[in-house]
Design a protein around this ligand. Sequence first.
Ligand code: ADP
Length: 220
Amino acid sequence: MAVKKQFAVIGLGRFGGSICKELYKMGHQVLAIDNRDHKVNEFATFATHAVIANSTDEKALKSLGIRNFEYVIVAIGDDIQTSILTTLLLKEMNVKNVWVKAQNAYHHKVLEKIGADRIIHPEHDMGIRIAQHLNSEKIVDYIELSEEYSIVELLATRKIHNKSLVDLNVRAKYGCTILAIKRAERINVSPLPDEIIHEGDMLVVIGHKNDLKRFEDEGM
Ligand code: ADP
């Protein structure tokens, strides 16, 4: 497991709530914060501590020792003003990593200006991922690294069954690199050239989007 970190999640709606539960399940220390008591009660067993606090109250944030947290996630949905004020306070307190859910492009712009370290558009990002799945049945998952580069998880087809990485020669032919091969529960990171691929294996491949597309369409 990765090194244990300290997280605080502000706003326990669908987005913040999922982040909180998942991090806690992974064994991290998570402080869950919401200004509604029923939300805090709901998360009592899904966080290290769950507290009622208003995140625009600077004193309240200080008394929670929020500046000692490595990551603070601001997951306040509809109330843009509250989200912005909360982010501003956290950055003023020198919290190192403030990740904020943005509602729209204007919200994004302001968050950028006040120093949010990462701005997330969950619906937009998820929409892109789902479109990638729908576009190709071979693509299982998709991570955009930049405008040009991404990492995809491709399902090995019958066409490449029993072929080795040397046979496929993906790097020379398509300019992509196979980072890992997943088979059932096993994951083989940095596979050797003589590694044999089976139909149904999951290939984790990095490359330029055009090259990945070519490999997906022609190479497998
Ligand atoms: P989602 O779309 O992710 O479900 P919501 O807008 O429903 O987002 O959830 C946001 C959460 O943030 C709510 O549970 C709300 O009570 C909480 N919240 C809103 N304002 C504050 C605040 N000032 N301090 C703490 N929590 C807040």
